[in-house]
Design a protein around this ligand. Structure first.
Ligand code: SAH
Length: 275
């Protein structure tokens, strides 16, 4: 079973992704963005008229390990250079539903941005705006696409650093080959092992004297339960051992019936530990 942020999510030949910040006012936000870039595998930070980034100040303080590389290597450029040299995606809190006015329309939701960019081949910049006024309408007319993080209708405006963090998280499939999570967190027991457990359970249901008319329902329920749970080899073999013991207990054949310290047998070669 694989989860949503596994490398299986990554895209072949993703575009080169940069992050641009236009006229940020707060050095701490620039530091937060640099840190998020490092977290999600990006390195190219573009700054249009940034605030002063003092190595002893907030930007470096907020940047974590990005203080070593992303922040000192950030590139200053003009808005025109940004707009002319990159495929640009403007992040805005305020999209407009009005299809007759294309300044803020159409804006895709951030969850769709990864798939949108998967087909883009030119260098791409995700553009964030000023803390107070965001990106101006005039700037937006020069940027290629619009993206917005869905949030409360009455207060959709996130903090700049947090907006960038969410956006870069959503794009991680384009920028990270792997995460700290292993590819496969949950190994499912092979089908024959699960079927063996079903057979053992059916035997158990009979052996413990479950009323005949209810047996089929119980085994069906157990199949649905395992179907949902997708047990590991270890879970499967432990349950198998317990039901087998139940059968032996019921028919009096269990050698240790008088004691309770007899562990269920474990037939899985990968699974030799005691429960
Ligand atoms: N009132 C401003 C808010 C600026 S917040 C505005 O009208 O945009 C600073 C920056 O954070 C924005 O320019 C944008 O790039 C980003 N941002 C904040 N909230 C966002 C959201 N819900 N979706 C996408 N970007 C957002």
């Amino acid at each position: 079973m694989t989860g949503g942020d596994r490398p299986t999510d990554t895209v072949e030949n993703p575009p080169e992704l940069a992050v641009a910040v236009v006229e940020a006012e707060t050095p701490g936000n620039v530091g937060t963005i640099a840190r998020a870039m490092k977290n999600f595998g990006l390195s190219d930070l573009l700054l249009v008229t940034p605030p002063e980034l003092d190595p002893d100040g907030e930007a470096y303080g907020f940047a974590g390990q990005a203080r070593e590389d992303i922040l000192p290597n950030a590139t200053e450029l003009t808005f025109e250079e940004l707009a002319n040299n990159y495929y640009t995606v403007a992040c805005t809190a305020v999209p407009n539903e009005d299809p007759t006015n294309h300044i803020r329309y159409p804006a895709m939701e951030v969850g769709d941005l990864r798939d949108h960019l998967a087909g883009v081949t030119e260098p791409t910049a995700i553009v964030f705006g000023r803390e107070r006024v965001g990106l101006t309408n005039d700037e937006l007319t020069h940027l290629d696409a619009l993206c917005s993080i869905p949030a409360s209708e009455s207060y959709p405006s996130l903090n700049l650093g947090q907006a960038a963090t969410i956006t870069l998280y959503e794009l991680r499939g384009l920028s990270l080959d792997s995460t700290q999570h292993p590819d496969e967190l949950h190994r499912r027991a092979p089908k024959p092992e699960v079927e063996r457990l079903h057979d053992q359970f059916a035997e158990y249901v009979t052996a413990v004297g479950h009323p005949e008319p209810k047996r089929e329902k119980a085994t069906r329920m157990f199949r649905r339960l395992l179907g949902r749970a997708q047990p590991t080899p270890r879970e499967t073999s432990t349950l198998h051992g317990l039901f087998r013991r139940g059968v032996q207990w019921a028919d009096g054949s269990h050698p240790g019936r008088a004691s309770t310290d007899d562990e269920p047998q474990d037939n899985s070669p990968t699974d030799k530990r005691t429960e």
